[in-house]
Design a protein around this ligand. Structure first.
Ligand code: M6R
Length: 365
């Protein structure tokens, strides 16, 4: 039930410090600076033999998969790509040796993802699931997998399921990295960064009011750009998807670097751009992308890191998130965008939990 919240989407956004904790519970080993995930059904040798990982999913789960691909490559140095279930299935996919497949699905019932999994299995692939709904078809038919333990997600727009999927992908990447080249110290730094995420998110959520003000200021917009780079590029895609789904405002997610290759033509005084500006090695590049938009009179909103005065000097509005280890910014940058979409939908008078034309689980192709 909704308890003291007005909507399930609101409840599920605010629940994330706890749901992320649930996804981590019992899975982090501080003493070995690694993670363990029960249901992988792979022995030591099979794990060591993995040369490639492919992540298959749809919608929000696909965006989580894209973050996961970045993590596996950066942390574990294992080549990894994410792919849309609906595309993979009809491509007569090539199943290569020593490749591990993950399907990611909150519901565990998405037809596109289920059929893609069956096709991969038919071709001899080992497919693991990252699912939320216990006992759903995908976890039953997969060759193993990990539950996200977010608890029931009722709102059609996925919020807490996304951050739990991320959590599992971080843990898996940590585990694979520690079996390979990652040092104890690096592993410990990552474990500590992950451990700190729930409390940092609590701080972000305590400032939801200022996101509500931003939603009021920008609710006039008919079109929005969401821009991020690196690990936060898929996070920008997810921000755009959230806005579309619940507020019906046209939104495009793009790599901040890619806008000059076309989408910048959309920019005018009425088309806001929301930039994700973590303090990571790509920050300066993002700042110059921001200036390009300002030079064309586009309103700029930034989600940046506390103390970043330079960003505040360029953007029209900034929402600050706490300083953190760069690797965990996807969590901290995502939640303000979820809140923005939620408030926009309310301001515009839409049914936030059940947006038009959408179903919680898409069981048709
Ligand atoms: O249950 P799944 O994670 O497989 O669902 C995949 C998509 O249908 C889902 O993420 C959809 O995009 C959501 N409405 C996003 O909020």
């Amino acid at each position: 039930e909704k308890g003291s919240f007005a909507h399930f989407m609101q409840k599920e956004i605010f629940e994330q410090p706890e749901s992320i904790l649930r996804a981590m519970q019992g899975r982090i080993e501080f003493e070995n600076a690694t993670a363990h995930l029960g249901g992988l059904n792979l022995d030591r040798q099979e794990l060591l033999n993995i040369e490639r990982v492919k992540i298959v999913a749809s919608g929000t789960s696909y965006h989580a998969g894209m973050v996961g691909a970045y993590l596996l490559e950066q942390l574990a140095r294992i080549p990894c790509t994410a792919e849309l279930s609906s595309e993979l299935r009809y491509r007569n996919p090539i199943v290569e040796r020593n490749t591990l497949y993950f399907v990611v699905s909150q519901s565990g019932e998405t037809a596109d993802t289920l059929y893609a999994m069956r096709e991969l299995q038919r071709k001899g692939a080992k497919v693991l699931g990252i699912c939320n709904v216990v006992g759903a078809t995908i976890p039953r038919e997969s060759d193993g997998g990990v539950y996200t333990h977010s608890g029931p997600e009722i709102a059609v727009a996925s919020t807490k399921a996304f951050t739990s999927q991320l959590t599992v992908l971080y843990l898996f990447s940590l585990f694979m990295a520690r079996m390979r080249h990652m040092s104890f110290e690096e592993g410990l730094a990552l474990v500590q960064a992950m451990d700190g995420v729930p409390a940092l998110l609590q701080q972000v959520l305590s400032r939801a009011d200022s996101i509500q003000e931003l939603a009021e200021k920008y609710s006039y917009a008919r079109s929005f750009l969401f821009l991020g780079r690196g690990i936060n590029y898929p996070v920008a895609l997810e921000g755009a998807l959230k806005l579309k789904e619940v507020s019906y405002i046209h939104a495009e997610g793009y790599s901040a670097a890619e806008i000059k290759h076309g989408p910048i033509a959309l920019v005018n005084e009425e088309t806001p751009s929301l930039f994700l500006v973590p303090n990571d090695p790509l920050r300066d590049k993002v700042l110059s992308n921001m200036k390009e938009i300002k030079a064309r009179k586009g309103p700029v909103i930034a989600i940046a890191v506390e103390g970043d005065r330079e960003v505040a000097g360029i953007a029209d509005d900034v929402f600050f998130v706490p300083n953190a280890s760069p690797i965990v910014y996807p969590f901290l940058l995502m939640v303000p965008m979820q809140l923005l979409s939620y408030y926009m939908a309310l301001i515009l008078g839409h049914n936030v939990d059940q947006p038009r034309n959408l179903a919680k689980s898409v069981t048709v192709e």
